[in-house]
Design a protein around this ligand. Sequence first.
Ligand code: FES
Length: 82
Amino acid sequence: MKTEITICLGSSCFSRGNGKNLELIQEYIKTKGLEAEVNFKGQLCTENCYRGPMLIINSQSYYEVTKNKLIEILEKELNRHE
Ligand code: FES
């Protein structure tokens, strides 16, 4: 089953870190060669801005995703496919 990553691209999340997180995730997928295993898409604001930047991986929501936290999350969520 593909890993589904959905990043919030609403203006609040985007300016609070998801702009960078977006690039980081794309980079991560590319470097690890996970293109075929990951479905990466954006979504609009879900009114969780106060806990942003947020993203969802396989229906699990992650909030206040800093750069370091994002790497940890990606390692955890994507390594099981290796
Ligand atoms: S902008 Fe992401 S939840 Fe509102």
